[in-house]
Design a binder for this molecule. Structure first.
Ligand SMILES: [Zn+2]
Length: 230
């Protein structure tokens, strides 16, 4: 695998996901300059990122809610999210998970997760893309935090219609029946500190619907973590 990767690196040099320049081997999908300029919004000392936590206030008991990167003009976050979704760059999701975990360990981890659960994609859509970026992000986090990622407990039942033209209540109702817990595996949730993760939180309806399902189980705590908040 290593040799093959080296060979493909010679034939198809990797480009930075944000600025597009050819990257050195050690930089992989994000060049050094863009890595240094990542718009990290984690506050210090680590606190909940208020606008994120506010989305769920009174709706779901959360221990922590935070995003890694700021979304906005000139930040590169849009390119990053686009590369994850359409650019076939799962390694970028992994790298961001790993980098976020490094940041968190440096600043003092708010809760040590036992289990990291990605917001699921529908199987057909995941097969099309070849990966669920939320799961790869979870794997990067879990690698550094020495805990388990699992995409076998929280599942998606059906493809959701586009959410953009619905109002908030309609979005919540639309989401309600979308997610399900695997009957045999949901016992793995018991007494666990769980991080529910996704690439981006926008309206919050997806995370709310899936978070609600998890919160109905006898878990110890629930936190929400995303790469970015739009
Ligand atoms: Zn770059």
């Amino acid at each position: 695998m290593g040799l093959l990767q080296d060979m493909s690196g010679l034939l198809f040099p990797e480009a930075c996901c944000v600025c597009g320049i050819e990257t050195q081997k050690a930089e992989r999908c994000l060049c050094h300059a863009c890595r240094m300029e990542l718009p990290i919004i984690l506050s210090d000392p680590l606190a909940s990122y208020p606008p994120f936590a506010k989305k769920f206030e009174g709706l779901l008991p959360l221990q922590n809610a935070f995003s890694f990167l700021k979304f906005g003009k000139g930040t590169g976050t849009r390119q990053i999210l686009h590369a994850l979704k359409y650019g076939q760059r799962p390694e970028l999701a992994w790298l961001l998970g790993y980098m976020l975990a490094e940041e968190l360990l440096e600043r003092g981890l708010p809760t040590v997760p036992d289990l990291i659960i990605p917001v699921p994609m529908h199987k057909a859509k995941e097969a099309d893309r070849g990966y669920n970026q939320a799961m790869v992000f979870a794997q990067g986090l879990a690698e550094k935090l020495a805990c388990q990622p699992s995409d076998k407990i929280l599942l998606k039942k059906r493809v959701t219609e586009t959410q953009t033209r619905k109002n908030k209540l309609a979005r919540i109702l639309n989401m309600k029946e979308v997610f399900v817990l695997d009957a045999e595996r949901k016992c793995d949730l018991m007494d666990k500190n769980i991080w529910l993760v996704d690439d981006v939180v926008t309206t919050g309806s997806t995370m709310l619907a899936s978070g609600n399902l998890l919160a109905e189980e006898p878990i110890r705590s629930l936190s929400m973590v995303t790469i970015a908040m739009a």
